[in-house]
Design a protein around this ligand. Structure first.
Ligand code: AIR
Length: 188
């Protein structure tokens, strides 16, 4: 068995944590202002989360950021992001993934911010796998899970706006206006 000294192990851990922090910084797609919402998707096939979340958030004037990382493939980055999210001023996280979609659950296990899950179609099981992975969270770690695919991604942005509106009267007015436009038959 190779022997690894304690000091070496700690040094490696520090190095990994520094590179995870750099990764979080580098992959951020920051919009104007200090981001209040972080929309994370696990892989390139899940880009719909970025696209569908962006428009409502922009319309509501909510500063947000998007990142791509996978809880399975980039566990260090996932942990660093979740542990620092509140300190960085984020208020709501949105996480979209397909297949064994553990991203929102893992984020929710590491932060007390609300984490909204969007299950995506990324496999022959057409999103049912992701839906069950997200919705069946064990007690203690809630992940409000929305519709599979684009509707879920769009609704995640609207739900994030509703959560933020609990302490933002101007956002309540923008949400009211959104409801009126929907009532008039405008496309959501
Ligand atoms: N995935 C990637 N890492 C963790 C998960 N759950 C999911 C992605 C994507 C699917 O695997 O969310 O929907 C296929 O991704 P890829 O990168 O293998 O093509």
């Amino acid at each position: 068995m190779p022997r690894v000294s304690k000091a070496r192990g700690k040094k490696d851990a520090r190095k990994a944590s520094r590179s995870a922090k750099r990764a979080v910084k580098a992959i951020g797609d920051r919009k104007s202002g200090k981001p209040q919402v972080g929309a994370i998707y696990a892989s390139t096939p899940d880009e719909s989360v970025r696209a569908e979340c962006a428009l409502p958030l922009e319309r509501f004037g909510i500063p947000f950021e998007t990142h791509m990382f996978s809880a399975h493939r980039q566990p260090e980055t996932t942990e660093t992001y979740a542990r620092n999210a509140r300190k960085r001023g984020l208020k709501v996280l949105i996480a979209g993934a397909g297949m064994a979609a553990h991203l929102p659950g893992v984020l929710a296990s590491l932060t007390t911010l609300p984490v909204i899950g969007v299950p995506l179609c990324g496999s022959p099981l057409e999103g049912q796998d992701a839906l069950l992975s997200m919705v069946q969270m064990p007690a203690g770690v809630p992940v409000p899970t929305l519709a599979v695919g684009k509707a879920g991604a769009k609704n995640a942005a609207i739900l994030a706006a509703q959560i933020l509106a609990l302490s933002d009267a101007s956002l309540v007015r923008r949400l009211d206006d959104f409801k009126h436009r929907m009532e008039r038959g405008e496309k959501v």
